[in-house]
Design a protein around this ligand. Structure first.
Ligand SMILES: Cc1cc2nc3c(=O)[nH]c(=O)nc-3n(C[C@H](O)[C@H](O)[C@H](O)COP(=O)(O)O)c2cc1C
Length: 169
């Protein structure tokens, strides 16, 4: 069966549907020698419990993807609601310059951002073709839950999760 090209307005409608899907916001990191790289990512989801696995989708043009391709390791720094500025900074190009003024340490061979809402250290189990993205299936080696409210992305804005009980009149 032929695949949809997405050039008949489908792509725009798809984008609108996805803008209505709330996502977590994370910074995926890796080390190129001693230089840290990081990229803001919303396409991240838990995949398997036994063994613990996640999946992350990275654009083929991502500089971080090239680094992970060499190291086979990545960190997932799950951002908190007070870290929208970090999400914006890591959504730019700039290699290790993106880390200027950002406190971080090396954990399990990857950069860990201090103050993030949670941290996972992963090795690449398998890269999978996903159209203009590459899906990284990752084995979780380190999992460190943090605390505080998560940073979310919905309708092209940053926000957070609020329990229904808190918003019911
Ligand atoms: C909220 C938000 C979510 C994003 N999610 C993704 C994502 O899931 N995958 C991706 O490849 N890029 C995503 N991006 C875009 C990258 O962060 C951006 O293209 C970045 O400049 C890539 O940097 P790099 O080339 O250093 O890897 C997102 C950007 C924002 C603001």
């Amino acid at each position: 069966m032929s695949r949809p090209s997405g050039d008949d307005g489908l792509r725009d409608r798809f984008r609108e549907v996805m803008a209505g899907v709330p996502t977590p916001v994370s910074v995926v990191t890796s080390l190129d020698g001693d230089r840290p790289h990081g990229t803001t990512v919303s396409a991240f989801v838990s995949l398997s419990m036994a063994p613990p696995m996640v999946l992350v989708a990275l654009d083929r043009g991502s500089d971080l993807l090239a680094v992970v391709g060499r190291t086979d390791r990545f960190g997932l720094n799950i951002l908190g609601s007070d870290q929208a500025a970090l999400a914006t900074a890591f959504a730019r190009k700039g290699g290790s310059l993106k880390f200027a003024g950002v406190p971080w340490e090396t954990a399990d061979g990857v950069p860990r951002l201090l103050g993030a809402r949670g941290f996972l250290g992963c090795t690449v189990a398998q890269p999978v073709d996903g159209g203009d993205h590459v899906v990284l299936l990752g084995d979780v080696r380190v999992a460190d839950p943090g605390s505080g409210r998560p940073l979310t992305y919905y309708s092209r804005d940053f926000g957070t999760h609020v329990a229904l009980d808190a918003v019911r009149p």
